[in-house]
Write a protein that binds this ligand. Structure first.
Ligand SMILES: [Fe+2]
Ligand SMILES: [Fe+2]
Length: 310
């Protein structure tokens, strides 16, 4: 790899496509009724579908080596939404092996979507593993030229007020196995929907956070991995100092959320990796007035020590 061009990874997340699915009354029972109200009243304006088309155009025009999709590909978890997002990713022009996708809380919005394995049905081609487990797509191991992608599932059906994430002891145990796999060659890129950094406010962490974030960071300590997440709809960047070396954590904004609160603006990240790991990256943020993506620097990393995180 020495002297070779850097590997370019594009990182999109939280597509939340609106205006594409018609919901039947039976789709809107229980938790979906609240979600539908939210969708009808708020999300439709905030997440214009056209922005997702612009992101796909940008990926087709300037293709990355690998596209990491960080989850929340739907809103209420009905099949029409999954099909529309699958079609949307196809517009990137990238073949399936150059797309890695993990589910978010919205992809497991209800027990129904979870039990019907809708994420697996529509996006399973982007979660194929070199070391598959017989009963689950996750965690997956994807050796690619110049880096290795590991994918985790943190989204599970939760109560209507919660958007929390969990990996679980079984998945973490399997991740430990994959980290020892000979095909897991560095640099490692770990894709997960929920950020592995806890919210400063305990209530927000309980409602929206990744509950076993510490177990994940302790497991990855010493690997030098870059952990790519979504869920917060913000550009975020941390360097976590662990007793066995640093880990990088990068959160990409929602590809469609133009909620108006800077820096919660729609777009995505791109990163460069060399043989020794992360080399740098950029934000591509949609400028509605100019109808073009603007290039911005990534946020300056916030340096934190693992033992001081609470
Ligand atoms: Fe989201
Ligand atoms: Fe989310």
């Amino acid at each position: 790899m020495s002297g070779a061009a850097p590997v370019v990874v594009a990182h999109i997340s939280d597509l939340h496509p609106t205006g594409i699915a018609r919901f039947r009354p039976t789709d809107l029972l229980t938790k979906r009724a609240l979600g539908w109200l939210n969708l009808a009243l708020l999300r439709r304006k905030r997440h214009p579908y056209e922005l997702l088309l612009r992101v796909m155009d940008d990926l087709r025009r300037d293709p990355p080596d690998q596209l990491v999709v960080g989850g929340d590909l739907v809103n209420l978890g009905v099949p029409e939404e999954f099909a529309a997002s699958r079609e949307l990713l196809g517009r990137s022009g990238l073949p399936a092996e150059r797309i890695s996708a993990v589910p978010g809380n919205h992809d497991r919005y209800t027990s129904d979507a979870h039990e019907r394995r809708l994420f697996e049905v529509y996006f399973g081609a982007f979660a194929r593993s070199a070391a598959p487990f017989p009963d689950d797509l996750f965690p997956f191991l994807q050796p690619r030229p110049g880096l290795t992608v590991l994918g985790l599932c943190s989204g599970w059906p939760a109560s209507p007020i919660q958007a929390r994430g969990t990996l679980g002891a079984r998945q973490l145990g399997r991740l430990a196995e994959l980290l020892r796999h000979p095909a897991a060659r560095p640099p490692l890129v770990v894709a997960v929907h929920h950020p592995p950094i806890p919210h400063a406010e305990p209530l927000k962490q309980w409602l929206n956070g990744l509950h076993d974030w510490r177990a994940l960071l302790e497991l990855l300590a010493g690997t030098g991995a870059a952990i790519l997440h979504g869920h917060r709809h913000l550009s975020l960047h941390w360097e976590v100092e662990t007793p066995r070396g640093p880990l990088r954590v990068l959160g990409t904004p929602s590809a469609s959320d133009q909620g108006g609160k800077s820096p919660r603006t729609a777009g995505y990240h791109r990163y460069r990796f060399g043989p020794d790991g992360f080399l740098g990256g950029e934000r591509r943020i949609w400028n509605a007035a100019r109808e073009a993506f603007e290039l911005h620097e990534l946020p300056v990393p916030e340096r934190v020590r693992l033992e001081e995180l609470r």
